[in-house]
Design a protein around this ligand. Sequence first.
Ligand SMILES: [Zn+2]
Length: 511
Amino acid sequence: MSFVITTPLYYVNDKPHLGSVYTTIICDTISRYKRLVGENVIFITGVDEHGLKIQRTATEKGIEPKTHCDEIAAIFNINWKNWSISFDKFIRTSSKDHEIVVKEFFERVKDSDDIYMGVQKGWYCVGCEEFKDNPENSPTYKCPIHQKNLEWKNEENLFFRLSKYQQEIEKLVNTPSFIEPIERKNEIKNFVSRGLKDFSISRTNVSWGIPVPGYENHTFYVWFDALLGYVSALNSNETDKSLERLNNLGWPADIHLIGKDILRFHAVYWPAMLISAGMRVPQKIIGHGFLTREGQKMGKSLGNVLDPDLLLTKYGNDPVRWYLIKDISLGNDGDFQDKRFVDIINNDLANTIGNLLNRSTSMSRKWFNNKVPAIDKEFNQKSLASLANIATENFINHFEAYKIDLAADEILKLAINTNLYLNDKQPWKLIKEESNITVVKDIIYCVLESTRIIGLLLLPILPELSKKIDSQLGLIYKDEIPWKKQLKWGILQQGSTLPKPIPIINKLEYE
Ligand SMILES: [Zn+2]
């Protein structure tokens, strides 16, 4: 059994923006967690390359669409490596492998009698690659997302009989936990209850697309093609591409993590297409919110677009991950604020977690000859052990429910409690009396052990910081031993040597 998680296949109109980085980081964190608890994870990302918008962008640049796509796809690939994203598959929808899948899928849908020729009339947004429902409500005929004029289309297209699947889709979207969070689920339930309309799956004026077999001049509508990328990613290395074999390769996906703007495609159109082709539907769709900046929508015209590359160069991977994971509740909208970012990183990572590691290891080095103290008896200080156990349990429960902001919060709470414990016990006073040595050893051991667990809990969220904490405690983490086993209290080896101190996280300056 595999655990399959996907980001959207990003549109190659431009290099990754902060929203794509956000989605991908969340998928990365979930993938890392699932691997740690022993799942065979297949983390799929990639790029969606076809369609009118890309064709036009390439024309404006005076290059072939394929050349444009090669460039941007390479940028995405490098970007995810720079962000240490642990993806397993990177699919490009312009690949030959993908085309084979799209064509077989189309034949299956056709065999279900779900394809017919019709006339598509309506107002179209090229930016969204989508017909808009009620443009008459808008006096300007503009796309509410792109603020660009809609284009009137009147052409012969192939249609998919979505209306035939009304009942099945209604049942599906009402299935508990199929769509999360609840607000997203309600939006889709409302949309479906208004009645599903057939939608066109081919275009006759777009040359940059996969040709529809048997229909001259028709290429597949970009969404019909792109959604299938999740499937073709799974069998990209197989010689036999037949859809029949997909169940053995991990289909259906466990999670499609997407932005809320493309929920309809994933929670309605896509499952209906799959049912029509005799394939299983995904287990879960999580629709996350939008990111704003200092309370404002980001946009080129506003000139306030936050470049994720600059964030990465300036602050590094872990601080950005921590902010996006911990400060935004998955599913809700989030706001990126520079001051808040600096404050959170300094408070949580530098002052709380970093400082805890500094204090505990430096006391241990100083008083116990650069070693973890060896404690004589069973530990007397049970209180910290039970706090760590509770934090671990809560962390796992939150992660299993994809409440990863709450999981991150558990780590922080444990770090705060461990600092408080240290302040309360004041070992720096106790050490002055020779007779207190047993107690001090015990306190320091417990604080170091709690710090080790904090580092270990950070592993799926902030892999770099987690490794730094582990190395400062003497490299205790073992890849070959199950992660959950290593979360048990008492694994830190007594009397083991502590390495030379190295600062693990720098404080940020607010400019
Ligand atoms: Zn639009």
